[in-house]
Write a protein that binds this ligand. Structure first.
Ligand SMILES: C[S@@+](CC[C@H](N)C(=O)[O-])C[C@H]1O[C@@H](n2cnc3c(N)ncnc32)[C@H](O)[C@@H]1O
Length: 259
């Protein structure tokens, strides 16, 4: 999309992000998983594309003695994160999640719901996984939550996100091929203005994620529709289905640590 760069999404969504996506029934399981898996591993916790801090705040409270690093390409998003209760001591890093990825050893890296899809440059998702793999401490983990779009969807589509008598928010999108998808939320107010909220992603399905992870030296500890509730024994196994909302937790494989 002409005129779109890594800061565009955050600039367009910061003012509505918490209203639209703030309630997350999975938050408790996510936070307890991060707590359990970082307990015996040294090093900072890093959230990629941390946004308004809706997850970073509760995680920082769960890990009171740990360095917490939040990377985001949008100043508007990070400003909101900085003002959030619980985020007072969170280190904010403005910039691209790959360019600004910190040196390890790190205990945990989180890329929450579809955030990794925002890295759209060719080969950059592979590069990111490799960078994370080499920066994780032994027994450090990377958690990625994604819901890949269906390839069978129409080439372009329009649907209604929200509607009242005086306004409508339409979701428009188009597939570009090569797993690239882009769109706008278009907000139109009767007798008033139009507001565009653009987004652009390069998505990967769960099978591609497993391949990228293996090549980077990461092994699957958990892959399932939910965050694990039993942290002593994971329901692991490679992905069987390419699609569906899934949480994938990866850790540095023994062989990559020895190498
Ligand atoms: C879908 S939001 C997720 C926010 C947060 N992780 C959450 O779950 O509430 C994606 C975030 O990634 C940020 N972002 C987009 N592209 C980025 C990039 N290349 N590097 C770093 N952050 C990026 C956006 O500004 C936005 O805050």
């Amino acid at each position: 999309m002409e005129g779109y760069d890594e800061s565009t999404y955050g600039r367009a969504f910061a003012d509505v992000y918490d209203d639209w996506y703030g309630d997350d029934p999975r938050l408790h399981d996510l936070v307890t998983t991060v707590g359990a898996l970082t307990q015996s591993v040294e090093g900072p916790f890093v959230e990629l594309g941390a946004g308004t801090g809706r997850l970073t705040g509760p995680i920082a409270e769960q890990l009171p003695d740990r360095r917490i690093i939040a990377i985001d390409a949008s100043a508007e998003m990070l400003e909101r994160l900085g003002a959030r209760a619980g985020c007072e001591r969170v280190e904010r890093v403005l910039g691209d999640m790959l360019d600004k990825f910190p040196d390890g050893p790190l205990s945990f890296v989180l890329a929450s719901y579809n955030t990794a899809f925002n890295l759209i440059g060719e080969g950059r998702q592979v590069e990111l996984l490799q960078r994370i793999a080499t920066s994780l401490a032994p027994n450090g983990h990377l958690a990625i939550e994604t819901e890949p779009p269906l390839e069978t969807e129409e080439e372009s589509s329009v649907s209604v996100r929200h509607m009242t008598a005086d306004m409508v928010v339409l979701s428009v999108s188009r597939h570009l091929g090569d797993r690239r998808l882009e769109g706008h939320f278009v907000e139109m107010v009767n007798g008033g203005s139009t507001r565009l909220r653009p987004w652009s992603i390069r998505w990967f399905d769960h099978l591609e994620l497993a391949t990228m992870a293996e090549a980077a030296g990461l092994e699957i500890a958990h892959h399932g529709p939910d965050w694990p509730t039993d942290h002593t024994e994971f329901a692991s196994g490679p992905p069987q289905q390419p699609h569906g909302r899934r949480v994938t937790i990866l850790r540095r494989s023994e062989s990559s640590i020895r190498a």
